[in-house]
Write a protein that binds this ligand. Sequence first.
Ligand code: F0G
Length: 488
Amino acid sequence: MSNETQSCTVKFASGQNIPLELHKVRVVQKLFLHPIERRLKAMRDAGFNTFQLSTTDVFLDMLTDSGTNAMSDNQISAMLRADDAYAGSQSFARMHAAVKEVFGTEYVLPVHQGRAAENIISQAFIKKGDVIPMNYHFTTTKAHMEINGGRLFEIYTDEALKIKSDCPFKGNIDTNKLRALIKEYSPARIPFIRLEASTNLIGGQPFSIENMREVRRIADEHGIMVVLDASLIGENAYFVKQREAEFKSTSIKDILLVMCGLADLIYFSSRKVSSTRGGAICTNRKDLYLKVRDLVVLFEGFVTYGGMSVREIEALAVGMYETTDETVISQSPAFIAHLATKLDQRGIPVILPPGALGCHIDCMGFLPHVPQAQYPAGALAAALFIVSGARGMERGTISSVRDDKGNDVLADVELLRLAFPRRVFTLSQTEYVLDRVTWLHQNRNLVGGLKFVDEPAVLRFFMGRLDAVSDWPEKLMAKFRADFGDSL
Ligand code: F0G
């Protein structure tokens, strides 16, 4: 079996399935694991917001996989032949050919990152009072759609928000709810149905092709467009191969073509899908292409660079082809599955089945004594950084938006996301995180809540500053010292 059709998990003689690094490390970046006293000071200085930390204070950067996946030797070398031209660049021709081959779309418009695509698609298709059904929102998606007057409806299935589930496709749309929504609001008020691959905010959970086909059928019945957020499509395709019987023997390349072929319009953040920077909007429909093209020129740049550097465009092209390589797209899910399974075995609540992007800890289960109004996911993110130097991301109430009256809207789930960018962390680093999360769980009663001290009106989780509601961080540090002595 060639590497192209191989997942990176191997069976050890013990019978255990272990994620194996099917690459060698040829360029490294030195990391620092500072003493806990410095980590606590850094956390205080950062306003208990992991977005506000400097990487000089971070040991394992598990904030996100966005723009942080390891690039391949082929990607780096492709960057050297970039063709700097305002218009008609050969670099774009190579990107166009790659996206066309991998996604099967004729028209490709580069943009500077995923949210730029969201801005343009929202401006082009959404008008005030419109309704957009989707499996689940993403933060920037929601912001752009709402600014343009749209209202989001998340029509996930009953399994989607269960922390522990056997459902292989928690990212599916509930098609009964979709039909009901179309009936209630009429197709005229629905510019498109949005499907997000490896649904980010519910724990990187995939949808099945069976579900996508059904969504497509319903959309066709009513003349509604299907828009696919393909930022994490590689991993979704990997899960389809693993979990959907029909596609067991189908290549990732063909699975990607099937998924993309079911959408009218596709957009993505290439910070994720191709392990680079940038993004794109692509389609086979000329009418849709023409509708967004002029906005790309207006907001992003000429249609052959769209705000991206040509070096990134070259790396993106190579990264697109690598998205069809199972050893690449299985890396992150394999490490996530390893950590999530071991945490679960230790009685620590994590999202199951394991998904894409990161291992997601259920913070309401982990910290039942911290009220949701005191942001348990933010508190756990801060606590884990203090005891380990690993920074994760809050994906809970801090990441949501206040209502019209200024009240906090409590999130459906309070998650701490520990991202596994592709091919970045080793198994011993993963074991270290497992150890420190386990210790924190044993000492969870020492962790308290947070409160805002400076709260921006838009996307507050990025720049907001918080404080601990008591001196719990100092008490946590004292217990760490008592248990670990001088160890870092
Ligand atoms: N769609 C999805 C599903 C995403 O996960 C992201 C970004 C975007 C759109 C926006 O793309 O950042 O390039 O503008 N997710 C990052 C994350 C930020 O950390 O999960 P962008």
